[in-house]
Design a protein around this ligand. Structure first.
Ligand code: FHN
Length: 446
């Protein structure tokens, strides 16, 4: 821990750095309210939409206890008790190459990893505070740097999850709605927390790790009415890396400066989770995140693994809702990814190697999502994803364009159909035992 003198020096250095940094983006701070994304940013948004499938990783010192990432709050640990956790975090089995290789084998096109979660513990080499993996753990290395380098080598984008909520830093004050039974301090400097600490760390993440896909924010919901200095933070990010996408998980209508609308454990607009907004942007790329079992961070007692079929269905439904799927795993504290995750991810990857054409690069199709399935579209092809339909005829609403032909994606066999002003009827064969999705490709005459 820093002593008081070191804190003062560090604070002054940060404030000075912040001042120098802030003089430049000040005009942009207001500009974010009339945010006009750059050409690079628009390109990144398109690519993001094309990518469709990402790996979400929750990994931090909380993994040591195998009780999920909320263990500090849930078990009412004190800050000084939690301070012991990093001593046990020594992920000697962490292998960036294997992690990135797994994501790619699963057919994922980007990775979003917790650079710090609500415990405020930086999983990267941060100079802003010593509450970080390099200074507090026996591991003493920066896994995010290794991961970023490997992502660049293997051609996959890396996003950083960043929790705006911080249970550890006393300057996160006044406190929010969570972690009230943890002997946290009762005073702090909110402006310093945002402008020096948080923006300081974001500056590090966007400076020291090469091109970053974006910043995935979480935790604003802890203090929904606070002034989060968003315009300033968003301007800083876009100034440092214009193509970096800002993905806020605040569960609200998108705000100026944000580049993606994300939904937690929900398809866009459905709010089955109870905390998402029902508003769905028609301007921004959409993303839906979910867990492979029931947990975000490593949870030793959670064996509610979703089957490959469920995961594939989830991905298809996301794509049909014009959204990406960000699928989460919580690696173990030793750096390994448990086999239950690996086998399921590889199964989804194998499925995608056959059906990927109907997912990657598509947008939501001309027929809206329904109980039987969804449609996606790429150029002159509409993919009808039949997920739940047992009868031989499937009636669809009218499609504006003329359909020149229809075939099964799986083997190219022709599919009989009729099209008239009332709609389209497809004659489909029964699903095979292990068949999750019968995909009929409609060739449009544009
Ligand atoms: O509290 C977090 C939770 O731990 C996890 O990070 C998820 C991921 O979407 N988001 C938060 C709740 O909104």
């Amino acid at each position: 821990m820093l002593n008081a003198w070191q804190v003062t020096v560090k604070r002054c250095t940060l404030t000075l750095a912040g001042l120098i940094g802030c003089v430049l983006p000040a005009s942009q701070a207001t500009a974010q309210t009339n945010y006009q994304p750059t050409a690079e940013n628009f390109k990144a948004r398109q690519e993001f939409q094309d990518e469709k499938f990402g790996l979400f990783i929750h990994w931090g010192v909380y993994s040591v206890l195998g009780y999920g990432e909320w263990v500090f709050h849930d078990r009412k640990l004190t800050v000084s008790e939690y301070n012991r956790l990093p001593l046990f975090f020594d992920p000697e089995k962490f292998d960036a190459k294997a992690w990135v290789g797994l994501a790619k084998a699963a057919g994922m096109k980007y990775i979003t990893i917790t650079s710090r979660h609500h415990d405020g513990f930086a999983m990267f080499d941060s100079k802003v505070s010593d509450w970080n993996i390099v200074q507090q753990t026996p591991y003493r290395r920066d896994p995010l740097k290794m991961l970023a380098d490997e992502c660049h080598r293997q051609g996959i984008k890396l996003f950083f999850y960043y929790s705006q909520l911080d249970w550890h830093n006393a300057d996160y004050y006044p406190r929010g709605n969570t972690a009230w039974d943890n002997a946290r301090l009762d005073h702090g400097d909110w402006n310093a927390y945002l402008d020096d600490y948080m923006d300081g760390q974001l500056r590090e993440l966007l400076t020291n790790y090469g091109p970053v896909g974006g910043i995935w924010f979480d935790g604003m919901w802890d203090k929904p009415d606070a002034d989060w200095h968003l315009a300033k933070t968003y301007a800083l990010i876009h100034q440092l890396q214009p193509a970096a996408l800002i993905v806020p998980n605040h569960h609200q209508t998108p705000k100026p400066g944000e580049d993606v609308q994300t939904f937690e454990r929900d398809l866009p607009g459905q709010n089955t989770a109870g905390f998402n907004t029902k508003y769905v942007s028609d301007q921004l790329p959409l993303e839906s995140c979910n867990t492979l079992n029931g947990s975000w961070g490593f949870n030793i007692g959670d064996s509610h693994y979703k089957s490959p079929a469920e995961l594939e269905g989830m991905l298809v439904r996301a794509a049909g809702n014009n959204s990406n799927l960000l699928l989460n795993i919580g690696p173990m504290p030793n750096g390994e990814i448990q086999q239950e995750f690996v086998t399921r991810l590889l199964a989804v990857g194998a499925w995608l190697s056959k059906y990927g054409d109907s997912i990657y690069g598509t947008r939501g199709g001309p027929i809206g999502p329904s109980d039987w399935g969804v449609t996606t579209q790429k150029g002159d092809k509409v993919y009808v994803h039949i997920l739940k339909w047992n009868a031989p005829l499937l009636a669809l609403p009218p499609i504006e364009k003329h359909i020149g032909g229809a075939q099964l994606l799986q083997d190219g066999s022709p599919v009989e159909f009729t099209q008239n002003a009332n709609g389209v009827v497809l004659k489909i064969r029964a699903p095979r035992d292990d068949e999750v999705d019968r995909v009929v490709v409609l060739q449009l005459s544009l």
